[in-house]
Write a protein that binds this ligand. Structure first.
Ligand code: GLC
Length: 584
C-alpha cells in the first residue's frame, strides 16, 4: 500500500518543482500517519482479540474443603496452590474462590469482617499473593467472591455504626424504628428464617439483614458505602485478582418506604415463615447504577464481573448485562440451573432463550449452595453416564461454564444423617425439610487414602463414602473415568474453533428424548447429540433443513463405544449417551 502511494505521488508532484516537493512531503506525511493509525488499530484489534473471559472455563473452589496443607481439618490457600498443576492438567482457566476473608464464620465466610485480608484459618495475604502468582504461571486467573450486600456484624464499620445513633457510620447500614414497641419496621423476612430485622436494645432501633442477623445489610444509598466498597475492589485488583463474583447482587437496594411485601397464597417455607413476593427488597432498579459504576472500575483492570443473579425471567436476567453491555459480563442464568430434570425439550428451551440475545450465556449445574448435579440428576443406575452427559451439554454450548470442584470426578451430595451432625445454621433451623448445605461442601476426594487425601486429620465435614472409587488419583488412571472424560472435553473445547466461537444451531427440535445441535464456524460443523433418556435411541439428523450438507461424522468424543466414523442418517446412542463429532 505504501509503495503504491509513493509511486502515484511521484507522478502527480514531479511537475510542480520545489513547491511540489513540499506538497508531496506534506501529503505523504498525512498518508503515512493515516496508514500508521489504520495499522495500529488493526494490530490493537488483533492483539485485543476476544476478552480473556470469553473462552475461559471457570472452576469454583470452596477453600474450606479443597485441600488442607497444614492438617488442621480445614482446607486453605496453600492447599489450593498445591493443586494448581492438577487444575492446569484438567484445563481450567480461572478459579472463583468463595470467601477466604477474615470472618466469624457464621455463614462460613459470607460474613466478612475485613475485606482486605485473609482469614487465619485459610492462611495469609502472602499465601494469596503466591496463589495469584503461581496461577499466573499456569494461565489460571483468580476471581474473588465479593460479598457486596452485607458485612459481618463484627466488621469495624458495623461496630461503629451500632455504637450510637449519631455515629458517622450509622447510615452505612439500614437502621429503623420499629412499627410499635417490640414490632419490627415491616413484614420482610430473612432468607435464612425469621424476620429480616434485629433489634438493638441499646438504641431501641432495628437493623435490616436479608441473611443471618450476623450479616447486616449495607446501605448502598449512602455514597460513602459505594466509595469504600469500590476501594476494596481496586485494592484486590491491584493485588492481581482477575475479577469478582458478586454475592447476592440482586439484594443491594430496598424500598426506602419499607412497604410490606405481599404474601403468596398462605404458603409456609421450611423455616415456618409465610412465603412472600419479595418485590420491595429485591431487584430494585437502583442497583444497576452501582453495577455500571463498578464495571468502570473493573474495566480499568481488565477484570470480569460474575453475578449471583437469581432471576425468574429472561427479561430480568438481561438487565444485568446492562443496556449497552456496561454492567456484568457474566450474570449466571439460574433458570438453566433450575431445570432439575434430564429433559431434551426443557434444556432446548433454556438454550434457545439464552441464544436469543447478544450477551454471553453463563451455565452452572451446581455450587456451594445447591445439591451436586451427580445427585440431583442421577437416576441411581446411570449416574456416571449422566455426569458425562451433562458435562457434554454445558461444555459444548456457546457461553461460559462455571464448574464446581469435584464434579469432574463425579462427587455426590453427602447430606448430614442427623440434625446433630448439621453445621450450616439453616440446616439446623430447617431440619428435616432443609438439611442445609453441608452435603455439597464435603472435602475434595484426591485419593483412596484416609480422609480421601484431603487432610491427615478428621476433616471439618465428613468425606463422602464413595471416595475410594471416586477420586482424582484412581480416575486419572482409568481412561473411561468421568475425570478423563472432562479433561478430553475441556481440551476439545479449548482447541476446536467451532466449539470456541461457533454459532449454535438447534437440530431435530421435536425430538422428546435427544438434544441435538451443531456449533457452526467458517463452514465447519461440530455436531453434539445427547441422549436424554434411559433407553437406546437411533436418530436421523434434519441437517438439510438447516442448509448443512454432510455425508458422515468423525467422532471427536463419545461417552460410549461407537465406530470412529458415523452415518449421519442413523446415529445410535446408548442410554444417556453423549456423541460429539465433526461433520464431513
Ligand atoms: C449467597 C452465597 C451463600 C450465602 C449468601 C449470603 O447466596 O452463595 O452461600 O450464604 O449469599 O451471603
Amino acid at each position: 500500500m505504501f509503495g503504491g502511494a509513493n509511486l502515484a505521488a511521484d507522478k502527480i508532484f514531479s511537475g510542480l518543482g520545489a513547491n511540489g516537493i513540499v506538497m508531496r512531503r506534506q501529503l505523504l506525511g498525512v498518508l503515512f500517519s493515516f496508514s500508521v493509525c489504520l495499522n495500529l488499530a488493526a494490530v490493537a484489534q488483533e492483539k485485543a482479540g476476544p476478552p480473556w473471559w470469553q473462552h475461559a472455563v471457570f472452576y469454583e473452589i470452596y477453600p474450606r474443603s479443597f485441600a488442607d496443607s497444614n492438617n488442621d481439618g480445614l482446607g486453605d490457600i496453600k492447599g489450593i496452590t498445591s493443586k494448581l498443576d492438577y487444575l492446569h492438567w484438567l484445563g481450567i482457566d480461572a478459579i472463583w474462590l468463595t470467601p477466604m476473608f477474615p470472618s466469624p464464620q457464621v455463614d462460613f465466610g459470607y460474613d466478612v469482617s475485613d475485606y482486605e485480608n485473609v482469614d487465619p484459618h485459610y492462611g495469609t495475604l502472602a499465601d494469596m499473593d503466591q496463589l495469584i502468582a503461581e496461577g499466573k504461571k499456569r494461565g489460571i486467573r483468580i476471581i474473588l467472591d465479593f460479598v457486596v450486600n452485607h458485612t459481618s456484624d463484627q466488621h469495624p464499620w458495623f461496630i461503629e455504626s451500632r455504637s450510637s445513633k449519631t455515629n458517622p457510620k450509622r447510615d452505612w447500614y439500614i437502621w429503623r424504628d420499629g412499627k410499635s414497641a417490640g414490632q419490627p419496621p415491616n413484614n420482610w423476612t430473612s432468607l435464612f428464617g425469621g424476620p429480616a430485622w434485629q433489634l438493638d436494645p441499646a438504641a431501641n432501633q432495628w437493623y435490616y439483614h436479608y441473611f443471618y442477623a450476623a450479616q447486616p445489610d449495607l446501605n448502598w444509598r449512602n455514597p460513602e458505602v459505594e466509595t469504600a466498597m469500590f476501594d476494596v475492589a481496586r485494592w484486590w485488583y491491584r493485588r492481581g485478582a482477575a475479577g469478582f463474583r458478586l454475592d447476592a447482587v440482586t439484594n443491594l437496594f430496598e424500598d426506602p418506604e419499607l412497604t410490606d411485601n405481599p404474601l403468596v397464597d398462605h404458603q409456609i417455607n421450611a423455616y415456618g415463615d409465610p412465603v412472600q413476593q419479595e418485590i420491595h427488597n429485591l431487584e430494585l432498579p437502583e442497583l444497576h447504577g452501582v453495577l455500571q459504576r463498578l464495571r468502570k472500575v473493573s474495566d480499568e483492570y481488565d477484570g470480569v464481573l460474575i453475578g449471583e443473579t437469581w432471576t425468574d425471567t429472561l427479561d430480568q436476567l438481561k438487565l444485568y448485562y446492562g443496556q449497552y453491555g456496561n454492567e456484568l459480563q457474566l450474570p449466571i442464568d439460574f433458570r438453566f440451573f433450575a431445570v432439575g430434570k434430564i429433559s431434551a425439550p426443557e434444556f432446548r428451551k433454556q438454550i434457545a432463550d439464552a441464544e436469543s440475545f447478544e450477551g454471553q450465556p453463563v451455565y452452572v449445574f451446581s455450587n456451594h449452595d445447591e445439591p451436586r448435579q451427580y445427585t440431583k440428576y442421577g437416576d441411581g443406575q446411570h449416574n456416571d453416564q449422566i455426569a458425562k452427559l451433562l458435562a457434554s451439554l454445558y461444555l459444548t454450548l456457546r457461553g461460559t461454564p462455571i464448574m464446581y470442584y469435584g464434579e469432574e470426578i463425579g462427587m455426590e451430595n453427602n447430606d448430614p444423617k442427623t440434625k446433630e451432625d448439621v453445621q450450616d445454621p439453616i440446616g439446623k433451623l430447617g431440619w428435616p425439610k432443609d438439611k442445609g448445605r453441608d452435603g455439597e461442601r464435603t472435602p475434595m476426594q484426591w485419593n483412596a487414602q484416609p480422609n480421601a487425601g484431603f487432610s491427615q486429620v478428621k476433616p471439618w465435614n465428613p468425606v463422602d463414602a464413595l471416595y475410594k472409587q471416586y477420586n482424582v488419583e484412581a480416575e486419572r488412571r482409568d481412561p473411561d473415568s468421568i475425570l478423563n472424560y472432562y479433561r478430553n472435553l475441556l481440551s476439545l473445547r479449548h482447541t476446536n474453533p467451532a466449539l470456541l466461537d461457533g454459532k449454535y444451531v438447534a437440530l431435530n427440535q421435536d425430538d422428546p428424548n435427544v438434544l441435538a445441535y451443531v456449533r457452526s464456524y467458517a463452514g465447519k460443523y461440530v455436531l453434539i447429540v445427547l441422549n436424554m433418556s434411559g433407553s437406546h435411541q437411533a436418530i436421523k439428523l434434519d441437517l438439510p433443513s438447516k442448509d448443512i450438507s454432510a455425508k458422515s461424522s468423525k467422532v471427536l468424543l463419545a461417552s460410549f463405544k461407537t465406530p470412529k466414523r458415523g452415518n449421519i442418517n442413523k446415529i445410535d446412542l446408548e442410554p444417556f449417551g453423549a456423541y460429539i463429532a465433526q461433520l464431513e
